[in-house]
Design a protein around this ligand. Sequence first.
Ligand SMILES: Cc1cc2nc3c(=O)[nH]c(=O)nc-3n(C[C@H](O)[C@H](O)[C@H](O)COP(=O)(O)OP(=O)(O)OC[C@H]3O[C@@H](n4cnc5c(N)ncnc54)[C@H](O)[C@@H]3O)c2cc1C
Length: 598
Amino acid sequence: MHSSETSAAAERDVPAYDRVDVSVLVVGAGAAGARTAIELAERGVDDVLVLGKRSHGDAHTTWARGGINGALGTHDPEDSWAIHAADTLNEGHFINDPQKVEAVTKQMPARLRELDDWGMDFSRTDDGEIDQRFFGAQSFRRTAFAGDHTGESMLKTLVSRAQELEIPYRENVMITKLLSDEDQAYGAVGFDMDSGDPVLFNTETVVLAAGGYAAIYNRHTSRDDENNGDGAALAYDAGAELMDMEFVQFHPTGMAVDESDPEWEPWSGRLVTEAVRGEGGRLYNADGERFMKRYSPDQMELDARDVVARAIAQEVAEGRGTDNGGVYLDLSHKDRSFIRERLPRMYERFDDLGVDMSTEPVEVAPTSHYGMGGVVVDEYGETSVDGLFAIGETMAGVHGANRLGGNSLAETVAFGVVAGERIAPRVDGPGTVPESVVASVAEPHFADLAEMAGRDGDYEVMDVFTEIQDLMWEHAGILRDEESLQAGLDRLDEVRERAANMAVGPMTSDSFEFAIDVGFMLPVAESVLRGALQRTESRGAHYRRDYTEKDTDWQRNIYVERADVGGMTSHTEQVGSPSPAVQDALDEGHELDYHQLE
Ligand SMILES: Cc1cc2nc3c(=O)[nH]c(=O)nc-3n(C[C@H](O)[C@H](O)[C@H](O)COP(=O)(O)OP(=O)(O)OC[C@H]3O[C@@H](n4cnc5c(N)ncnc54)[C@H](O)[C@@H]3O)c2cc1C
């Protein structure tokens, strides 16, 4: 790898930029990016650069708590990778790509053992085996975990393995555009967030492991500056397709807060663990009615996530919500000592905010948790643009219409490995980004960035950013219909105009970063709205008030792509068939039990 200063003369004022030559550029340093780089290094590819827009080891992966799935059979020896695949397809309402599901589930026992070998501090049974528990909807206990800090422990393990292999890493670099001619990837451009210096990465292979898009909704469980759809938007702009974008998983109980109160505002959307309902928490609407009896008289509060989330949304939509747009979750019929013992973190969190869960209810509302859609890739994680890969939460196909808890961490490492396997034998130096691509894509983009930095405008970046999140919540939230989705698309057009007229700070400012995010969120939001409008049925996490039933004709994926002349086009394709082994597991009819955890 080498880096050199390049000055470009063009008609526009193009700032000087660094140039970095590298064989494989991994954009994203969460579990997916780290595991790809490890696979490459282990296969002898040392000319790899991993970068992230945060400091080393600080990726969204660290927020995952509940666990990571793999059919180890610690407690349930009858479990198998094929039953894991069958559960995943069932929970995904058969919109998942069976081939990708199998690619993940087949590998996972080996991936878990390997993490164990590399030092991950998995919780263990008395016999010292990797412990496994139920998590979400599963037929057997197959979720491995490290206490309540699985993601943190996993990323720490991967980062230290990457360090052992001396994999180069750059932190605080934001990629703003990929270099491609729509058939072939040539690298990426972005800027150093500390210095504001633009950088061109010249490479033949780009792996996008840049996370998901759940945070394009105003109430969400992600960090505010992550999961804004960077990966999907970068790939879409480079000519790749997106798929299943309409499927967004809403967790039923996020914190519903007074967003004008600075003490509470940062907590908006944060998870209130399902264990609160598991321990007997009751849901009441603002009229004091225990409303779940109307939606699920047998299961009540313990029904599946999507059922409870829809019930809460319905109560709020029909005017029986609290002023903060939620409902009450009440445990006050339990003793303080019981709550403190069983739910210590929850008790402490609310206690710090001045709410005693043993005497008063807390306010909750559904919160956007995970986008099942993403970039269309083949079985190795490669997109239709040669040399451009998309893996982890950035890719589509594994989760279908609803994600099984514990499967997203699994997907990160499983696809990290297959992508690495595919890329390694092809590596033949950085290649040379064609001058025509530098002149027609990179340099005009650097000029755009320079013009945007410090630009005057009529609208504040954060107002536009929040407006996109608000409109997604209002128009493409849990309960959708044609009129509202269409109105959302119209509103998005208006926001797009304001986005072109924002007052933006210098390149090292938060405002600049969020302005770039606005540019990523716009096409991603549009793809969710369009997909949700086109899918005239209800399936998994996608619920249409005007088409409340699942429609077998809709066992199809919706693909969206950038049209030659502006705009977005879409088409649908039939979902593939599972292999005989997975079909057998499906035919065995294993029951998916729902278990309350985060
Ligand atoms: C609260 C919460 C709890 C969860 N719990 C679980 C769980 O228990 N089990 C489970 O399986 N899943 C869980 N998930 C989901 C899981 O954490 C994620 O799907 C997974 O960690 C994604 O990993 P990733 O490597 O794909 O992306 P991330 O970990 O999100 O990493 C993305 C990387 O890309 C970088 N990046 C992004 N954009 C750019 C850009 N433009 N330029 C440069 N770099 C960029 C980021 O800096 C980061 O390094 C949870 C999610 C949340 C929000």
